[in-house]
Unconditional design. Structure first.
Length: 152
């Protein structure tokens, strides 16, 4: 069941058209994903310290800051009036942490327990995640008027 804050004023999701229910499920999944990942920065900071590039200052602070903003963005996704801002914030965060994924791939020998193919796959998957956040949280739905203009 989707959390009531995602059902716009507590209505049951079954009263919404299928496309809107799918959209709300995607928001719920993204929200849960980012909140869980963000909380994990505080529960297991050593995991994130290992992947922090050496050239960045204050690695522990950056782990906590990125975790905080993941939680904040995930919560923001669940609040309709904050959703677009949260989406833009999460996209900025995903872009900001992308160099850590590249650094991890470059230094793959430092992560022998992680299969190389997963380090490679993370790079395009980051782009997919950015696109998903944009589509679910940032993109404005087309009005019926603009849809009619494009179909004419």
């Amino acid at each position: 069941m989707i959390h009531p804050t995602l059902t716009h004023l507590g209505k049951h999701t079954s009263s919404y058209p299928m496309a809107q229910r799918i959209h709300l499920m995607q928001i719920a999944i993204l929200s849960l994903l980012f909140v869980t990942a963000g909380v994990n920065h505080f529960v297991s900071p050593s995991v994130y310290l290992k992947i922090m590039p050496d050239y960045l200052p204050w690695p522990m602070a950056l782990v906590y800051v990125s975790g905080f903003f993941e939680v904040l963005g995930g919560v923001g996704l669940a609040i309709p009036r904050l959703r677009r801002a949260a989406g833009w914030g999460l996209i900025a965060l995903l872009v900001a942490v992308f160099p850590a994924n590249v650094d991890m791939l470059i230094n793959a020998d430092e992560f022998p327990s992680i299969p190389y193919w997963t380090l490679v796959a993370r790079l395009p998957l980051q782009g997919v995640l950015i696109a998903w956040v944009w589509w679910a949280a940032v993109k404005r739905p087309e009005s019926k008027e603009s849809q009619q203009k494009t179909s004419s």
